[in-house]
Design a protein around this ligand. Structure first.
Ligand code: AMP
Length: 249
């Protein structure tokens, strides 16, 4: 079983995001970038499937600027076998990414495609669902457990109020939830080895995909600042404020 895993380059989860002064987006110059955390979980799951003898090859796939190579190298250092970069400076929205990934799926013929449930920069939660629809494949979203058995796949999904278990016919698209696994850190020897692993570069034109945006961002604003708190001197004062000022009791 060949497994294709999407890895997106996003602003590191620990960076405080700043909105550009002109409100057209967020500042990305001189900002630390990393692999989308849900995609680290995707790579980890694919490597575990390979270690368990259930996957034969793990391919990491990224779309975006040339620096996405670094994200692919991280995936290779974690244990992926090879990488594919669809290189473009164009702004990529989920539908365009899904169309690009469909073209790669048709070329590579994987049995399983793993994506994150959402990218932490755009919070769209769309690409996996769009890809499975374009391919006409089964989808298991928000997966917290995966068990491949032959040509089917049992997926436990995190839903409101509990866990849902579904059986999917392969080939299938999976999106990862936080509790699927805890991703490993790449060891130094594996970081060195990853430098020799191949990364193929493609372009949207080569794949015959028009990536023109369908949505226009009108403006981006910072969330309103939180009001500072007040210190109360007694429980009675706290109750009085909650009752008469906040009106919550
Ligand atoms: P989104 O629908 O934008 O929230 O993204 C969901 C998932 O799709 C991410 O966690 C990635 O696995 C994948 N994805 C979206 N955009 C890209 C991209 N440009 N490169 C690689 N993977 C992507």
């Amino acid at each position: 079983m060949k497994v294709l895993v999407a890895v997106k380059r996003v602003i590191d989860a620990n960076v405080k995001v700043r909105v550009k002064a002109d409100g057209t987006g967020v500042e990305t110059t001189n900002v630390k970038m990393s692999m989308n955390p849900f995609d680290e979980i995707g790579i980890e799951e694919a490597i575990r499937l390979k270690e368990a003898g259930k996957a034969t090859e793990v391919i990491a796939l990224s779309a975006g600027v040339q620096q996405c190579q670094e994200t692919l190298r991280t995936a290779l250092a974690m244990g992926a076998d090879r990488g594919i970069l669809i290189q473009t400076d164009a702004e990529l929205q989920p539908l365009a990414v899904a169309k690009l990934f469909k073209a790669v799926v048709e070329k590579e013929q994987p049995q399983l495609v793993i994506l994150g449930k959402q990218a932490i920069d755009d919070d769209c939660n769309q690409t996996g669902q769009m890809l499975s629809t374009l391919l006409g494949w089964a989808q298991g979203t928000f997966a917290s457990k995966l068990e491949p058995n032959g040509d089917s796949l049992t997926v436990t999904r995190e839903v409101d109020g509990g866990l849902e278990t579904v059986a999917l016919k392969m080939p299938a698209v999976i999106t990862t939830d936080l509790r699927l696994n805890e991703p490993r850190y790449a060891s130094l020897p594996n970081i060195m080895k990853a430098k020799k692993k191949p990364i193929e570069t493609l372009t949207p034109d080569e794949l015959g995909v028009d990536v023109s945006p369908r949505l226009k961002t009108l403006k981006v604003v910072e969330p309103p600042p939180r009001k500072s708190g007040v210190r109360v001197s007694s429980v009675a004062e706290l109750v009085d404020k909650l009752r008469n000022e906040a009106k919550v009791i």
